[in-house]
Every structure is written in structure tokens, then in C-alpha cells.
Design a protein around this ligand. Structure first.
Ligand SMILES: Nc1ncnc2c1ncn2[C@@H]1O[C@H](COP(=O)(O)OP(=O)(O)OP(=O)(O)O)[C@@H](O)[C@H]1O
Ligand SMILES: [Mg+2]
Length: 584
């Protein structure tokens, strides 16, 4: 199935309709012979939409019911199209994976007990087979021996809950909508089955595109994912090669890698589409797709690119969506592009990790810099007088310009600090992150470009010099610390414009103290409602004599120092102010 730009598609479909659809049967999914099996393929959903025949995939255009905004123009490329290998199509293999016989013999009761212990919720679409059970040891997952060797080499002794449940479901070929808190090992949950999937495929031929594709919202995150994929494909490097495809760097090396053939591509959406348009790669062999931080990609306006990729995949493919927050938009995306996904959630959705102790400090705008300098200086001073070492500290600010200003101000005060934002060149971005990750520079001042997915060992403190606009960004930002079971701290400076978010954070904190995960609705739709609620909230705020903030829907106990929240301030309406910083 060659990629065809939108303006050519009608013609292709007409042509296709005159061709014999003899390959339809060959494309039909092979039902596995038992066990926890893939619930069919996209083929079954597409049959009625006329997916048989060479150009079957094109009939998916518009079949999702979602508008295809913004993509047509960018994909008009003079009719050249994204040509795939001219040879015969290669059918993807979805191996009939089974766990060990011990796992297969687990009773429903035991499975339930393990899921409860891991706080895993698994939802299967109506009428679909049950999902694979959670598996508490990598050794019982029937992984390829090279992958298992690499997992051991990587010193992952036991799977985290999302891995214990997510891996078996992904290995059994099912689509997944996965949600687990920040720092809980989602990357390996999709990378390990991806490598196993690639090892099962017939080898690439000259001109073939990748077998698996991971899309992520930022260059740094894509680079990090590629490193993790490489760590698990170390022993299988000859059969599973990876390429990193991100913006901000010349296309030459990427073009070279793609044209030479790689099994896995990890990419940011914009640059990947550029390569498709230049026919440096194609989607003809892609049968495993991961959208990491899918909600953020939608937020950043990558929806057309995601749709373009998803609409042009071969009919048989497996799709996995992961994030620590699950807004409604993701469920729409999942409905459109996932094939009867299994939803795997660990704990409550969209909740700040309990591994981070959170502190809120009231700070009028004009005093924020002084407070920040005093805070960091006291930690530097403590270290130099023999106290605990100053932890790596990430300071989040709202805008690129502010990022540079704050980093410069810290340096003037004798605190080495780097800035990281989308206005910097890629080499500057990489250098800033590298210095920080090595511990050469202990303070990184960043926009939200650093808020998602980044995993840097040793970050002990996240400071929100400016609070984000939304609770979900707060969840991801503070999740840069307290990862993989470690403990971390978050300090957030806030003032009146943040009062609604502060109330949400306090509510989440008090629920956490009670041992409950607390889930806020996230996403664009939720934010609209949130802004409305914020306006109502502020217009209804009343401080009672018992120190309760009385709102229309209930009351929240607040410390005296937050009492002034009751003074109504204009609701801040802007969404995604820092989004422009995510240039790619
Ligand atoms: N089974 C494991 N054993 C030990 N460490 C692990 C295991 N799985 C993952 N880790 C480590 O946990 C850290 C966090 O993993 P990862 O980046 O995949 O988290 P995440 O869930 O994707 O977080 P985020 O939501 O922030 O993207 C990484 O340093 C990773 O190496
Ligand atoms: Mg991640």
C-alpha cells in the first residue's frame, strides 16, 4: 500500500475499485489458535469499508468521523506520493504469544488478587476476549532470550505494575490505552514488546520502511526513548536497528539511516512527515505504532500528522497509547485509531505521583526571583557546609524569554544554571540537558518543553517558579522527580492568578494524605470547563470563620496563609501559553 497524498486519493481509490480484490483474503487476520489473542485486526473493522485489494488502506480516509484538518495542503507534493518498496507487500506477523504454563494456569481469583495488589484496572471492550494476566517476573513473559538478557543487563529485576500488566497485553498483540503515573516505567512497557514484535517479522528488504514507529512530542523525549529502545535491543542489534528522527538537526543523517533500512523509528511527528514526503521512508511495513504522551501531541497541534500516519498504515497493525494523564480527547483518538483497545490503568488516572512531597509557597510576582535565589542559595550553602548535596533542580517558568532571564539572574548570583526552551538551537538544547544530566550544572531553568517524559537520574527538586495553567501539566512537571520509586520534592510559587489550580493541588494533596488517588479531568475540553469553573469558583469564594473556603460545590480547608485566595482575581484564561516553546 503506497502512501498517496490526499489530493491523489480519489483517483487511487477509483483505480483500486477496478482491480481484483484477490488479496483481501490473504490480508485477513490469522486468528491465533488460543490463549490471550489479538481480537482480530483492523482488517475486520475495515472490511465493510472496502479494504480489500492493493489500495485497501486508502478507504480509511474519512472513516473515522474525525475532521482531517490542516493536513491536505502540507501533503500535496506534486503527486509523487510516499512510494513503498515496489516488491510484493509483506504481511506482518502477529505471533501467537503465550506466557509460561504456570501463568496460564493462574486462577481468576489469583489474577484478581495480583491486579488489586498492583492497583491495576483492566477494561476490555464488550465481546472481546479477556486480557492477558499480569505477570510478576520478566522470566515468565516468554520474551526472546536476547531481550531478556538485555533487561537483566539493564538491571530491571522485576516489572513495575504497568509493565507487569501492559507487557503481556502488548505481547499478545492487543492495542493498549495505557495510563500510569509519571516515572513508572511506561517506556519499557511499549519498547520491549515492540522489539519482540520486530524480531518476529520477516527481514526488511531494500526499500522497506520501518516495522515499528514511536511518535513523541519533543525531540529530547524521542531521543531518550530511542536510547531506551537501544538498551533493550543491544543483543539483537543486527536484526533490530533504530533511527531517531527529530527536528532541529540536518536531515541528511536521518535520510541515510532511513534509506538504509531500520526496523524501528522513534520520531517527532513533524520531522517524520517531512521524511515521508521526501520518500525517504514509507509506512508499508509499519505494524506496531506507539503514541507516547499522546495527549501532549494533540495539545501541540500534531493531530493532523498523527492522523496522516494512522490513516495510511497497513490494515494489520497494533497501536499503543501511553500517558500519565488521560484527557477525553485521547479517548476520542483511541476510538478512532485503536482496534478494540484494552485499557490499562494503574491507580487513579491523571494524579500527581505520591513519591513527591509538594509544597506551595505564596509569592507575589515581583518577589519570585528573590525567593527562588534564596531557596537555591540555601541548598548550595548547606552543601558547602557539609550538609546534604544539592539535588539536581529543575525550575519551570512560563515563557522562553523568562527562561533565559531567570537562568542569567541565577548565574549572576553565583548559581550555575542552564536554560532549556524551544527557542534555542538543537545543539544548545542538547548541551543544556547533557550538562544537567551529568550534574555539571545543577539547575535547569525550562519551559514545558522539559515537562513530559524526561527521565534524568538525580532530579530531586522541581520548582514551579510559574505554575502551569493546567493541573495535567502540573502532574507531569512534578513527575520529573520521584521516579522509579525514589522520593522527590516539588515547590510551587503561586499568586492570585493561580488560585484555582492551587485549590486543585490542595485537594489532590489532601486526598493523597488519606491514601486516595485523586483524578482530575484533564485535556482541552476539561480545561474549558475548568476555566468556567474557575470563574464561578472565584465569584463564589467566601472564607468562613473556621478557615474554610466555601465554594458553590463544597468547602476546602485552607491554611491562613492562603486566605487571601478568597479575594476574587480575574480568571486566567490562556491555555498552553508555553506551547510555543515546544517548537519542533
Ligand atoms: N522494571 C524496572 N526496574 C527498575 N527500574 C525501572 C523499571 N522500569 C523502568 N525503570 C526506570 O524507571 C524510570 C522511569 O521510567 P520511564 O521513563 O519509562 O517512566 P514513565 O512512566 O514513562 O514516566 P513519564 O510519565 O514521566 O513519561 C527510568 O529511569 C527507568 O529506567
Ligand atoms: Mg514516559
Amino acid at each position: 500500500m503506497p502512501y498517496v497524498p490526499p489530493h491523489q486519493r480519489g483517483k487511487q481509490q477509483e483505480a483500486a475499485s477496478t482491480e481484483p480484490s484477490s488479496t483481501a483474503a490473504a490480508r485477513a487476520p490469522e486468528g491465533p489458535s488460543g490463549g490471550f489473542h489479538r481480537s482480530g485486526s483492523h482488517g475486520n473493522r475495515l472490511d465493510s469499508a472496502g479494504y480489500g485489494g492493493r489500495d485497501a488502506g486508502f478507504s480509511r480516509q474519512g472513516s473515522t468521523g474525525l475532521p482531517r484538518t490542516g493536513s491536505t495542503q502540507s501533503f500535496a507534493d506534486g503527486g509523487r506520493g510516499y512510494q513503498r518498496n515496489a516488491g510484493q507487500p509483506v504481511e506482518a506477523v502477529f505471533a501467537n504469544w503465550q506466557p509460561t504454563s504456570r501463568v496460564l494456569a493462574l486462577s481468576d481469583e489469583t489474577i484478581k488478587e495480583i491486579r488489586q495488589r498492583f492497583k491495576v484496572t483492566v477494561d476490555v471492550c464488550e465481546g472481546e476476549p479477556k486480557a492477558a494476566p499480569p505477570i510478576e517476573s520478566f522470566h515468565e513473559m516468554n520474551l526472546h532470550k536476547d531481550i531478556l538478557a538485555d533487561i537483566m543487563h539493564h538491571k530491571y529485576e522485576t516489572p513495575t505494575p504497568i509493565q507487569a500488566q501492559g507487557l503481556p497485553i502488548a505481547l499478545s498483540g492487543r492495542d493498549i490505552l495505557g495510563c500510569a503515573e509519571t516515572g513508572s516505567g511506561k517506556t519499557a512497557s511499549f519498547s520491549i514488546p515492540m522489539i519482540q514484535h520486530c524480531l518476529n517479522q520477516p527481514p526488511l528488504r531494500h526499500g522497506d520502511g520501518p516495522m515499528a514507529l514511536v511518535l513523541a512530542p519533543t525531540r529530547e523525549l524521542a531521543q531518550q526513548i530511542e536510547r531506551e529502545v537501544k538498551a533493550f535491543s543491544r543483543s539483537s542489534i543486527r536484526s533490530v536497528r533504530t533511527a531517531i528522527v527529530v527536528g532541529g538537526v540536518p536531515m541528511n543523517d536521518q535520510r541515510h539511516d532511513l534509506r538504509n533500512g531500520v526496523e524501528i523509528v522513534v520520531a517527532t511527528p513533524g520531522r517524520f512527515i517531512d521524511h515521508l514526503q521526501q520518500s525517504n521512508t514509507n509506512l508499508g511495513r509499519v505494524s506496531y505504532v506507539v503514541l507516547d504522551e499522546a495527549d501532549r501531541m494533540l495539545d501541540m497541534g500534531f493531530e493532523p500528522q498523527i492522523k496522516e500516519v494512522m490513516n495510511n498504515l497497513p490494515p494489520r497493525h497494533q497501536t499503543l497509547l501511553f500517558s500519565a494523564t488521560m484527557p477525553k480527547e485521547i479517548e476520542e483518538l483511541a476510538r478512532a485509531y485503536l482496534n478494540k483497545p484494552v485499557t490499562v490503568k494503574i491507580g487513579a488516572v491523571s494524579t500527581p505521583t505520591a513519591n513527591v512531597s509538594q509544597r506551595l509557597e505564596h509569592a507575589p510576582e515581583g518577589s519570585k526571583l528573590d525567593i527562588l535565589v534564596a531557596l537555591i542559595s540555601s541548598e548550595v550553602a548547606a552543601e558547602s557546609s557539609g550538609g546534604p548535596p544539592m539535588p539536581l533542580t529543575i525550575v519551570f517558568v512560563e515563557r522562553k524569554t523568562r527562561c533565559d532571564e531567570v537562568a542569567a539572574a541565577l548565574r549572576e548570583d553565583g548559581i550555575p544554571a542552564n536554560a532549556l526552551h524551544g527557542g534555542l538551537g538543537q545543539s544548545e538544547r542538547e548541551a543544556a540537558l547533557r550538562d544537567f544530566a551529568r550534574g555539571d550544572i545543577k539547575v535547569l531553568v525550562a519551559t514545558d518543553v522539559a515537562s513530559r517524559g524526561l527521565d534524568i537520574k538525580g532530579i530531586g527538586h522541581v520548582i514551579n517558579m510559574d505554575l502551569p495553567k493546567t493541573f495535567e501539566d502540573y502532574v507531569h512537571r512534578i513527575g520529573r522527580t520521584g521516579r522509579a520509586g525514589t522520593k522527590g520534592r516539588a515547590t510551587s510559587l503561586w499568586n492570585d492568578r493561580d488560585s484555582f489550580l492551587v485549590a486543585q493541588i490542595k485537594q489532590a494533596l489532601s486526598e493523597l494524605e488519606k491514601g486516595n488517588g485523586f483524578a482530575f479531568a484533564t485535556g482541552k475540553e476539561a480545561r474549558k470547563e475548568e476555566r468556567q469553573l474557575a470563574r464561578e469558583f472565584k465569584s463564589q469564594l467566601k472564607m468562613t470563620s473556621q478557615g474554610m473556603l466555601q465554594t458553590g460545590s463544597g468547602s476546602v480547608k485552607v491554611d491562613d496563609k492562603y486566605a487571601h485566595m478568597a479575594t476574587a482575581a480575574p480568571a486566567t484564561a490562556g491555555t498552553g501559553v508555553a506551547d510555543a516553546a515546544w517548537d519542533d
